[in-house]
Structure formats: C-alpha cells, structure tokens
Design a binder for this molecule. Structure first.
Ligand SMILES: [Cu+2]
Length: 319
C-alpha cells in the first residue's frame, strides 16, 4: 500500500513522517483522506476492536511509504520523454493521467507549486529538485533537460489533484540513460560542503519512532542567519530510503515565512522512520536568492524503542 505515508508539517519544526498517520495530519490533509488511511490501515491486518475510535497513535503502519508506484488513486504518471543519453540537451516531459486516460490539468498548489519533480540516480547521486511548466491545454509538464551522467534514474512527481477530497500523491517511474557509469557507494555522512557553506546534521533516526533532527548552516565559520523562504519554508527536505528509494518530500514547518523574513542557522526536523537502514537526505535551502542543496546519509537504528502505543499495531519494528 503506497497511500500510507502521511506527511505532516506543523509546530516549531518539520515533521518527516515515514508511514503512519498521526494526530497532526489533520493540519494538512482533509478528514476524508485520514478516514481512508485509517480504513486502509485496518485492512492491512491492523486489528481494531469493533467500534474502536480512530486513534492517531494506533495508525502507525510505518512500513508504508510513498514514491513506489507509477499509479495510485486513479492517477498515473505517463511515460517520461527525455534525452536518451548523457550530454544531450533536450526536454523532459510527461503527463499525469486520470482514470479515463485524460491528462490532469487542475492541481492544488502545495508549497508554492502545482507539482514538484524530483530526479535521482538509483545510487542516490545526481539529485535534482525542479519545477516544470504545465501546458494547461494538454496537461503536459515540461522542462529543459540534460542528463549529466548515464545510469538508471528514479523520477518522482509530487502533486495534489484539484478537488476537495484529493490527497497528495508521489508517483514514480524509472528512466534509463544510455552509457557507462560507476555506481557511487554511500557512506554515512552528517556534514556537507556546498557553494562555500558547511551544512551539518545532528540527531539520530530510529525505526518506529519520531526523531528530532537539526540541520545547521554555516559559512566561513559563522552561523548563517539569512536563510530565506524557499517554497514557502526555510528548508525543504527530501528523504529516500536506500534499497527501494521510497520517497518522502517535506518542507520546513512553523508559520509560513513572509517575503523578507529570514531564519537560521538551524532548521529543525522530526523524522518518523519506518525501518532501520540507510536514508539519503537532501536539503534545499536559499540564501541571497540562490538555492543550494546539501546531502546527508544517515543510518537509522533498529527500533528497540518502539513506543507502547505503537507496539501492538504493526509487526515489523525494524528487525
Ligand atoms: Cu518542489
């Protein structure tokens, strides 16, 4: 089940939720969607007593994540047209199609955009987060595109169809780019150096729990306090699970920053982690009008500390 991932952004920090819905999901999704999630959760072998109240803490199907299917809820990500080999300039384009095969042209805006496109090679390298343009007469999304390297890429379209009861979807396809390449081996990494910035990640991830993560942005040994809003937040995080590239797309929480607001050097996150294992984290942040992307690799510990409220509701707490 891929509809299971619930993202909720709220309060002082950013909540990265792999899997289970929890109380604050109501802040960002319609009740009807939450009701359906709960229903699905029950259908997945989560026994709830007859007439049991919906309890957010009981809905913790943490092994359910987004970004693993090209079709969901009646929507399909079409074939992706793109240059066939690295180094060939061209265009990348696709459509989202509905039940009847008609292209979707009406979207609900999330985080300043109608659709977020994430592309990453299967080894976690070559990450890009871009915003293509919609031709609303044809439903075609397109963006100028050139592959820097060969390989097998995962493309994720993250969007919400217009309509009161539509929920956010992350559909994915694989695209092969001709040529030789050497896969990158990942290793745990908490510090990245990008464009003169040093970005560091503090905190631990643990399967079956929500963990606090803090990212700190420095430049020339000084804390950066001029983080600017980007996509409606001070930080924008994508997390992928190594092994299946299950996807999570989140934005910094708190009150929506206004134009001219700045923040930093810290950005707070909370990560709800479905399993132990390795996670690839990509942070987009903006300073002086420029967007930069920092990358981290974090190994989640096994979930010995699964909370009592959650322990009865799923069987896999991370081995
Ligand atoms: Cu985006």
């Amino acid at each position: 089940m891929n509809t299971g991932t619930r993202l909720a952004i709220y309060g002082l920090g950013l909540v990265v939720a792999f899997g289970g819905a929890f109380g604050i999901a109501g802040a960002v999704v319609p009740d009807s969607v939450i009701a359906r999630w709960n229903e699905e959760s029950e259908m997945n072998g989560h026994e709830m007593g007859e007439g049991a109240e919906h309890d957010s803490s009981a809905d913790t199907k943490v092994d359910s994540v987004k970004g693993q299917t090209l079709g969901l809820d009646g929507y399909v990500l079409s074939t992706i047209e793109a240059p066939e080999a690295a180094g060939e300039p061209g265009e990348l384009s696709f459509q989202i199609k509905d039940d009847g095969g008609a292209p979707l042209t009406e979207y609900a805006r999330t985080h300043d955009r109608d659709l977020h496109l994430i592309i990453v090679r299967s080894d976690g390298s070559q990450f890009r987060h871009v915003h293509p343009t919609l031709d609303d007469s044809t439903g075609a999304w397109s963006i100028p595109w050139e592959w820097a390297e060969a390989g097998s890429y995962r493309v994720y379209a993250d969007f919400t169809p217009a309509g009161d009861d539509a929920s956010g979807l992350t559909l994915t396809r694989t695209v092969h780019v001709e040529g030789e390449f050497t896969p990158r081996e990942t290793q745990q990494s908490r510090v990245d150096h990008v464009d003169g910035f040093t970005i560091s990640l503090d905190g631990e991830m643990e399967a079956g729990t929500t963990s606090d993560l803090t990212i700190t942005v420095m430049r020339d040994g000084e804390p950066v306090t001029t983080l600017e809003p980007y996509l409606g937040a001070f930080g924008h995080l994508v997390a992928l699970r190594e092994g299946d590239l299950a996807y999570l797309h989140v934005h910094a929480g708190g009150a929506d920053p206004k134009i001219g607001d700045t923040s930093g050097p810290e950005i707070a996150f909370a990560a709800k982690t479905p399993t132990s294992g390795r996670y690839l984290l990509y942070l987009d942040f903006q300073v002086d009008g420029q967007v930069h992307t920092a990358e981290f690799v974090l190994d989640a510990a096994r979930g010995d500390g699964v909370k009592g409220a959650e322990s009865g509701s799923h069987s896999d707490d991370g081995h």
